[in-house]
Design a protein around this ligand. Sequence first.
Ligand SMILES: NC(=O)c1ccc[n+]([C@@H]2O[C@H](COP(=O)([O-])OP(=O)(O)OC[C@H]3O[C@@H](n4cnc5c(N)ncnc54)[C@H](O)[C@@H]3O)[C@@H](O)[C@H]2O)c1
Length: 279
Amino acid sequence: MADNEPKKAYRTLPSLSMQDKVCVVTGAARGLGYEFCNAFLQSGCTSLAVLDLKHDEAREVADVLAKQNALDGGAKIDAIGIACDVSSEESVQAAFAAIKERFGRLDAVVASAGIVENYSALEQANRYPADRIRKLMDVNVHGAFFTAREAAKIMIPQGSGSIVLISSMSANIVNIPQQQTPYNFSKAAVKHMASSLAIEWAKTGVRVNALSPGYMLTKLTRTILANDSQLKETWENLTPVGRMGDPEDLAGAIVYLCSDASKFMTGAELRVDGGYCAI
Ligand SMILES: NC(=O)c1ccc[n+]([C@@H]2O[C@H](COP(=O)([O-])OP(=O)(O)OC[C@H]3O[C@@H](n4cnc5c(N)ncnc54)[C@H](O)[C@@H]3O)[C@@H](O)[C@H]2O)c1
């Protein structure tokens, strides 16, 4: 398309719009979290909080996204980058206090921060190191719980809001050939956490769902693939559609779950995995 050509306005379902919604994403400095932010801005969101471990990275991503949106001819974005370690309850509380002060309300929260490690249960002197299991649970499970709880404290008094916990296909299947039992059970916990919180809060107007991706190409998976040149091909062969997912492949799913288009959906899991769990 030539630079001077006017952009086409596409019509879409109005309930899919994220206009006037305040959106928050944890683990948003890169990977899937970054793409979720992008999807919200492309769907009309103008108030965004980018949460990640390091303040400078979160702030830089917030600035880049806002500038990119302006270049793409979008509306002016109020984006804030906030340092937040989701494994620390105090850090999550401080982040949501800052969000409330800045925006006054909260409509969509995505708990995307997460880590993975591949150890066999018996590795490392006959055991997966206990401190690493605890860290993984602290980030993946307790982090999702603290995030959902602080979000709900703002959303319940409003009477509305959508919380999405990023689980994984690993909540449903056992990945092969790599061994990662603690990661798998952490993601099963996240999936059931979404259902459990959804039922606790069902009458309040606050919805909670789980989004479970298959193998997606991000820093998280690239780190694993860097140690094993055959593994990508193995994963692609195991995935019915024959490829790994691009983070953009989750854009429609996250907007659907966070927008009013899914307003009768709570306590559910949406799998976006190239058919992996269907085999
Ligand atoms: N990539 C995949 O194939 C895949 C598949 C299924 C599920 N997931 C899940 O999706 C989520 C995002 O994965 P990704 O591939 O984008 O990973 P990634 O490693 O590319 O990005 C994760 C982000 O989370 C941040 N983070 C890590 N620990 C944190 C903490 N304690 N507090 C706040 N932020 C923290 C990191 O700084 C990073 O910016 C994770 O929960 C992961 O388990 C990923």
